[in-house]
Design a protein. Structure first.
Length: 376
């Protein structure tokens, strides 16, 4: 049984990335019959019923100890897999352990692959050229969006890239089946807020306009006492997480304590996911707020703050009627759409949901992946 080491943006108190860990773990067992997996991180999600092995120590015993352990874990594994997220966009610095991964793969001393990832966006031409270079050593490459797939298809690679989808859509295949029906649900609006430009050095005026529009929408809806707001802290990171903006909105809206609740970030992503499933619909800035709504078959309105949001909505086939773009439509129109979603049932809200589930499973079942996992 090959020793597999998964790597991604893990251990940063982010619900979506925590789910990548859980799904990679469960899918390895179901699809590959492989339990010899570890995660290249100090920590991550913690679930009583699932054993997840993290490779890195939380503290340095001496200067350089964590980095030394990183190199040792890389040397001990047979297959190194980048799993989930936008993680191939920047050239790592010289002492980053990922440089060792790419060098060992170049020497054919380590097999490297990627599943459910995006490529770019690149900040510099040097970053782009570096990523193109290291991709030539990948044994398999599953892309979660068409733009990334089209980009790598233009490169002269040893492996044949394949179009997959976000790892999130594998969750229904590896988790316990529960009733996700929206029938007889309370009128709960799930809300996921986050700053984007503040943390990405973008145009703050754009961020202010977006958030002011959302505030006006929620203020109007708050007059309906039959509606309950459920705020999700999807990113619990203290530096760039969602707590600040969420509680600022709650204070500014002056909500009755009986008409809202806050679902704090949890190390158990299933707990958060189950709370999403209870909602009638979602209004979200966080992309994974929308993605996991679709996984749970809960309608959502996604703020398209980034190209990746628009790409996702294209991929899942959302009707243009339900798109509110970067909150650029009138607030009255957004309110109308929310009320429609609260009062009616839309069976085909996500026309390509089943297709994305199939493509997500392909991350683990594509022949190029199976061949490497089986040691060929």
């Amino acid at each position: 049984m090959n020793k597999i080491l998964f790597s991604g943006y893990y251990g940063h108190d982010n619900f979506g990335d925590d789910m990548f860990v859980l799904i990679s773990n469960l899918s390895s067992i179901k699809f590959w019959k492989n339990t010899n997996t570890k995660f290249f991180s100090k920590n991550g999600p913690e679930i009583d019923s699932v054993k997840i092995n993290y490779t890195l120590p939380s503290k340095n015993k001496f200067k350089g100890y964590i980095k030394l352990k990183s190199y040792l874990e890389i040397l001990k594994c047979d297959i190194f897999i980048l799993s989930g997220g936008s993680i191939l966009h920047t050239k790592p610095n010289f002492f980053d352990p990922m440089r060792a991964v790419y060098f060992l793969s170049y020497l054919n001393l380590l097999k490297i692959g990627a599943i459910g990832i995006s490529i770019g966006p690149f900040k510099t031409k040097e970053d782009e050229e570096y990523i193109q270079k290291i991709l030539k050593n990948f044994k398999f490459l599953g892309l979660r969006d068409k733009n990334s797939f089209n980009f790598v298809n233009k490169l002269d690679l040893k492996c044949k890239p394949f179009l997959a989808s976000d790892l999130a859509f594998t969750l229904p295949s590896v988790s316990e089946k529960k009733n996700d029906s929206t029938d007889n649900k309370e009128m709960i609006i799930g809300i996921s807020l986050c700053h984007f430009e503040t943390y990405s050095n973008g145009d703050l005026s754009n961020e202010r306009n977006r958030e002011e529009k959302i505030y006006k929408v929620l203020l109007s809806l708050s007059t309906n006492k039959n509606i309950k707001f459920r705020f999700f802290i999807i990113n619990g990171n203290k530096k760039n997480g969602d707590s600040q903006i969420t509680y600022e909105f709650i204070d500014k809206l002056d909500l009755d304590k009986n008409n809202y609740e806050v679902i704090e970030y949890s190390k158990n992503p299933i707990q958060i996911y189950n709370k999403i499933k209870e909602c009638k619909m979602m209004l979200t800035i966080r992309l994974h707020g929308a993605i996991f709504s679709a996984v749970a078959n809960i309608p959502s309105l996604l703020i398209e703050y980034h190209r990746k949001c628009s790409d996702y909505l294209d991929d899942i086939g959302i009707d243009k009627y339900w798109r509110i773009y970067d909150a650029t439509v009138d607030e009255e129109e957004i309110i109308q759409k929310i009320n429609q979603l609260l009062k009616n049932k839309y069976e085909e809200f996500y026309p390509k949901r089943n297709e994305l589930i199939r493509l997500s499973e392909k991350n683990f079942l594509d022949p190029s992946v199976i061949k490497v996992i089986n040691g060929k």
